[in-house]
Design a protein around this ligand. Structure first.
Ligand SMILES: [Zn+2]
Length: 146
């Protein structure tokens, strides 16, 4: 029990740690205002980016499975909540089906799990089928064949 609580607290701290710099990045790009990001869109983006980072870190071996699972659970919940809020905000102007929400999450997951090969040497995430790391040139075959 205590162990679980401790792990959950660490996970929460890491989530905050991960989200903060991303949130600042979003904020910075918000000031450029390429395409008007609403508050809910920004929140959604932060959550999805954080979720992606967790996936990358796990694939790159930087997170152990426990951390990965709790982080992913928290971030998925946050992403879904943000997507829902965004959808509600949009529904006042246009119409967005709830399928879009799930499709978006699914696309990210598929892209990460089936469309990427993390470099065993530097951690760079390469496209599936790559034989060598685009970042450092390390052979990806050796790492994959396990
Ligand atoms: Zn590499």
């Amino acid at each position: 029990m205590t162990l679980f609580l401790g792990a959950a607290m660490v996970a929460a701290a890491v989530v905050i740690f991960i989200i903060q710099p991303v949130a600042k990045g979003i904020h910075a790009s918000l000031e450029r205002a390429d395409d008007e990001l609403t508050e809910t869109e920004a929140r959604k983006r932060v959550a999805l980016l954080a979720l992606r980072d967790v996936e990358y870190d796990f694939l790159a071996g930087k997170l152990d499975e426990n951390d990965y699972r709790s982080l992913k659970g928290e971030l998925t919940a946050e992403a879904l909540a943000a997507l829902e809020a965004d959808e509600n905000a949009r529904s006042q102007v246009g119409s967005v089906g709830s399928e879009d929400v799930e499709a978006e999450i699914r696309a990210i997951r598929l892209g990460l799990h089936e469309g990427s090969v993390p470099c065993p040497d530097c951690g760079y995430v390469n496209v599936t089928g790559s034989r060598f790391c685009s970042a450092c040139g390390h052979s990806l075959q050796a790492g994959v064949a396990g």
